[in-house]
Design a protein around this ligand. Structure first.
Ligand SMILES: [Zn+2]
Length: 1067
């Protein structure tokens, strides 16, 4: 989501630090070099600079990559729930002193090969981000972005639309208000807030809801936000973290800051050095730093609104070490992986991998805080009857594990695997891997840069931790989780609370309307209209055009060499252009009887992929696939050698020998009617990956007990999924638009909520039948006509790229005709094939806003000559600050509004995410599209340029790491049947799309989504909004069906029938 609150920055990943060798001048203009570090065994160097004049910090992570990523970070401390940090984050994008136009920053970002800007607000900082393909656009954007951050206009009009207002119906609205309305009563937010209030003493900023509580937002004024900005948005409290390659090195970055940013700061008299008089560094030098460890065990309970009262959640928090105790923090990270990372990890074994799970997950995390870090533990889907004493059980488990000792073989495996994964991440994300650590260092590290090296030292910590004795690990566990007190917040579902909240909100609104009176409401409406009008002030075209569009040729793509062999006896595909790879493969053994594609990139790793067609699977077996996928890597296996491995051995060995593994429907959510198995290993473990693929696919034993454990876990996670508006929308939508032969439809949460309890029953009563079904699934999947193998990664370094496959698969995959890949277009329902006039409105008690899909038929297939024009047309609508954004998000009607084409199914969907008024948003979108097509709204050349440029970024991002480049090559050629560089080739076609082409595409493909005779609707909404939406849709000409997601009163047994069904009625 754009500008989301609380982005995750989980990474504390780092690498060994070598002494600086590069001769780098330690001064540039006003900037002094604070620290320079070359990260050993990588091509990444880090330099931290600070301006003597203004105190502004710049950190450059320098390495080769197609993308440049910027994080502009402010330490945002606040001592109340007004939401100033978050509301200000939104206002920054509404125009600046030099560029007083709403959204100009995104228009310029789009022109500069970016997909717009973004930002998040966490508990202790706000980060503004921009990512561009190549450095030219980035450097052009930087001074303009900083003008917005340091000198935003913060007008009353912006506050009204973007933060909060009362609309013509007397309701509260606004972008931030709606966003927080969607969050405030979710279990996650309710529990986090209660936890904060319990953990931190009065006076600490860590107690605050930085997003803003609704009640506080209703009282907030723009003056308060301006004051807040004046205090915290100052150059000495701002750090510019830039990750990626500058064509002229770090100097090109410093040059822009020195010549284009510093003078403006000086002109504002903000050149007061890094420590102006009276300045207290947020968090570390204020009351927030005054905190000790948790003193006593405290239990708190909150209720959250939820119809299904079968499961709740838990948040347990312990006190951790100092934020600069890097080795100990890494040790805790490893310990938590040891405890919870796989089905055989001690806590999972005890709580999750059992027939009646006590929770669906336990996740140990870390929150960096001043003085001491926190160690929160998240526990999901706990049966309600176990909520109250779960924490005591957990503490007892920690004690027992400490007493029984640590399995040092597994610990060593965990360390090795964690390091392999970090190295793999370093290869794909490079220096960006460290941006989280750099932000943390800015907030909490020593100002002289002395903590920066140790914080990036992670690879060295692996070596140190390998030396740890069992006693050291046990002591760590005791010190942080066994002996000390903790705080637990229990989240209980309450169906009454949902009703109560609804009633309270109705009463509040009635009171608000009454006290405003008709004249007050009319005045509020007037204010809102005036504010909207003010935002419509057009951006002068010459400002936009003064920002040059970079050259596409300036982007350096990662080269992929590719060879596809469709199998002996089948037509071979030409492999020219990859002669080095082709001859390397030809030298190794004879051609294989099955389909295989090799995609070589420079890498330290190899990926082994297999896709299996689901086309011929009998429909009655499709609902099993989610269970099959979940169990795939944790069943007992008989290996090719005849050796039988228990499920625990399988998990441990897999973890020991791979970097990662995955089983999914399709690849990156595409081609979901194939089952995709993927194993990533170090190049030296190539054969091991192939043998695992064979053994897992053909040698798995469908063990009753393991299957019961898998379905129990799935069953338990369903209520949580069914609370989420967007998930429910996707599920109902696919039920409506897809047919019984669609595996993704059968795997969606609502059908699964009906199927899984039946499967549990069948497994208990007639296990042999279920096992026979799973065997039948395997038989269908492994039909040679539907199997496609892929190898990605460093293939040229493999001595036996082809013959290894023969060794394991020659007999299993004999010669056979190759069947075409099944596309989702072949699995559409009647309504999916021809959307017309049907609408479904779903009432969901756990949400307060609306999630909606409006769908129509569109271009099907990947090679349609009209597609480039449609793609540009949709980008024109979707781009940040473009038409849909302005008309819907800008007026607070929804948090997101996007048109997306699906070339595989041939459907085009207009999606509304977290909408306060979905029908009005729909009308606004219609007005825009209609206006563009009839000429009443002008489509200007700059919007067209921006759309074309922002697609460049999307394409570059998709192939920005060696792994992704190789995987895309496989996806394109082996599954979609298009060329290797299909998307890069399309870039050239996009450049030739004209305004006339776009208007034709809008009329032909987009307008029908607003016509009831050619579209279908699914809306998931709060119970209080159902009638209003049904009414509007009916008035529009839709035939509307109402659905309510209800809870059945099941038996008391939490493992069995606490699921819910759904009922339908016609309206
Ligand atoms: Zn927000």
């Amino acid at each position: 989501m754009q500008r989301s609150l609380n982005g995750n920055f989980s990474s504390t990943a780092t690498a060994r630090v070598a002494p600086s060798s590069e001769p780098l001048s330690d001064k540039y203009g006003n900037f002094d070099l604070i620290k320079h570090i070359n990260l050993d065994s990588t091509d990444i160097s880090v330099s931290k600079w600070k301006s003597r004049e203004t105190g502004l910090s710049v950190v450059h992570l320098d390495y080769e990559a197609p993308l440049v990523n910027g994080y502009f970070v402010i330490a945002t401390e606040i001592f109340n729930d007004s939401g100033c940090p978050h509301t200000l984050e939104h206002l920054v994008f509404m125009g600046s002193e030099k560029y007083p136009y709403k959204g100009i920053i995104d228009h310029l970002a789009n022109r500069g090969f970016s997909n717009g800007t973004n930002a998040w607000t966490d508990n202790d900082h706000t980060a503004y981000t921009a990512s561009t393909a190549g450095d030219q656009g980035f450097l052009q954007l930087l001074p303009i972005y900083l003008d917005h951050i340091l000198y935003p206009t913060m007008t009353k009009a912006s506050f009204i639309t973007e933060v909060h207002h009362v609309n013509g119906e007397g309701e509260n609205s606004g972008v931030v208000y709606s966003e927080m309305q969607g969050r405030e009563n979710t279990p996650g937010d309710l529990m986090a807030l209660r936890s904060q209030r319990t953990l931190y003493p009065p006076g600490s900023a860590y107690r605050s809801e930085t997003g803003g509580l609704m009640e506080a937002l209703r009282k907030l004024s723009v003056e308060q936000i301006r004051d807040y900005h004046g205090t915290y948005y100052v150059p000495h409290n701002l750090s510019l973290v830039v990750a990626g390659k500058m064509s002229n090195g770090t100097q090109s970055l410093l040059k822009v800051v020195q010549e284009q940013v510093e003078p403006i700061i000086v002109a504002h008299n903000q050149n007061k050095g890094s420590r102006p008089k009276g300045w207290q560094r947020p968090f570390t030098e204020t009351a927030s730093a005054r905190r000790g460890p948790i003193e006593k065990i405290t239990k708190e309970t909150i209720e959250f609104p939820e119809q299904d009262e079968s499961v709740g959640e838990l948040l347990v928090t312990y006190t951790g070490p100092s934020p600069t105790a890097f080795l100990e923090r890494k040790a805790l990270d490893i310990l938590s992986t040891y405890l919870t990372s796989s089905p055989v990890a001690p806590l999972n074994k005890e709580y999750v991998e059992i027939e009646s799970p006590l929770c669906s997950y336990i996740y140990l995390s870390e929150d960096t805080r001043a003085t001491l870090v926190d160690l929160p533990i998240y526990v999901g889907s706990v049966p309600t009857e176990h909520l109250d004493n779960f924490d005591e059980k957990l503490v007892a488990s920690f004690g027992r594990i400490a007493k029984e000792g640590i399995d040092m073989t597994r610990m060593s495996m965990v360390l090795n695997r964690d390091e392999r994964q970090l190295r793999s991440k370093l290869e794909s994300s490079k220096g960006d891997t460290f941006s989280g650590s750099i932000i943390t260092d800015f907030l909490y590290g020593a100002e002289d840069g002395s903590d920066l090296g140790p914080s990036l030292n992670e690879l060295q910590y692996y070596a140190e931790l390998r030396q740890w004795s069992e006693k050291q690990w046990v002591d760590l566990l005791k010190r942080y989780f066994v002996d000390p007190p903790y705080i637990v917040v229990i989240g209980k579902p309450s169906s009454k609370l949902a009703e109560k909240l609804e009633a309270e909100e109705k009463a509040r609104l009635a009171k608000q309307r009454e006290s405003l009176g008709p004249s007050g409401i009319a005045k509020a409406k007037e204010e809102l209209e005036a504010a909207k009008l003010e935002h419509e002030k057009p951006i002068p075209t010459d400002i936009l055009k003064s920002f040059p569009v970079p050259d596409v040729k300036s982007i350096s793509w990662i080269p992929v060499q590719s060879v596809q062999q469709r199998g002996k006896g089948r037509n071979q595909l030409d492999s020219t252009g990859a002669s080095e790879l082709a001859s390397h493969i030809e030298m190794d053994g004879s051609p294989l009887p099955f389909f295989i594609e090799y995609d070589h990139v420079k890498s330290n790793f190899v990926g082994v992929h297999a896709t299996f067609s689901l086309a011929n699977l009998p429909d009655r077996l499709r609902p099993y696939i989610s269970t099959y996928l979940s169990a795939f890597f944790s069943l007992p296996v008989v290996r090719k050698s005849g050796e039988r491995l228990s499920h625990e051995q399988v998990i441990n060995k897999l973890d020991d020998e791979t970097v990662s593994y995955e089983a999914s429907l399709g690849i990156s959510d595409q081609i979901p009617e194939t089952l995709h198995i993927f194993l990533q290993v170090e190049a030296s473990a190539y054969e091991s990956a192939i043998s695992w693929l064979r053994d897992l696919m053909y040698g798995a034993e469908f063990d009753k007990e393991r299957l019961l454990v898998t379905v129990a876990k799935l069953l338990q996670s369903l209520p949580e999924l069914k609370r989420d508006g967007n998930t429910v929308l996707a599920s109902v939508w696919s039920e409506n638009l897809y047919d019984k032969n669609s595996t993704s439809r059968a795997s969606a949460p609502l059908p699964q909520a009906e199927f899984i309890p039946q499967l549990v029953e069948a497994l208990n009563e007639r296990p042999e039948e279920v096992i026979a079904d799973f065997k039948s699934i395997r038989k269908h999947l492994t039909d040679p006509s539907g199997v496609r193998i892929g190898v990605t990664g460093d293939i040229l370094s493999l001595p036996s790229p082809r013959s290894t496959w023969a060794k394991y698969f020659r007999d299993l995959l004999p010669e056979a005709e190759l069947a075409p890949v099944r596309m989702t277009s072949e699995t559409l329902s009647e309504m999916g094939k021809k959307p017309c006039g049907q609408a479904t409105v779903v009432s969901l008690a756990s949400i307060e806003s609306t999630y909606a899909n409006h769908t129509t038929g569109s271009i099907q297939g990947f090679n349609d000559p009209e597609y480039p024009a449609l793609r540009i047309a949709l980008e024109v609508l979707n781009a940040a600050e473009s038409f849909l954004w302005r008309s819907i998000r800008g007026s607070g009607l929804a948090y997101g509004a996007y048109m997306s084409p699906d070339r595989e199914s041939g459907l085009l969907t207009f999606n509304l995410y977290r909408s306060s008024n979905s029908m009005q948003a729909y009308e606004e979108a219609y007005t825009v599209v209609k206006g563009l097509t009839d000429g009443s709204i002008e489509l200007d050349e700059t919007s067209l340029d921006a759309a074309k440029s922002s697609i460049v970024y999307d394409v570059a991002k998709n192939v920005a790491s060696p792994n992704r480049a190789a995987l895309n090559s496989f996806l394109n050629q082996a599954l979609k049947g298009v060329s290797k560089n299909f998307n890069q080739e399309l870039l050239e076609k996009y450049q030739t799309v004209t305004k006339a082409d776009v208007l034709v595409a809008l009329k032909k493909y987009v307008l029908p989504v607003f016509d009831p005779s050619s579209s279908t609707v699914v809306a998931v909404t709060a119970p209080s909004k159902v009638d209003q939406i049904v009414e509007s849709l009916t008035a529009r000409g839709f035939k509307v069906e109402k659905r309510t997601l209800e809870v059945e009163d099941g038996s008391e047994d939490g493992s069995e029938s606490s699921s819910s069904g759904s009922s339908s009625e016609s309206a």
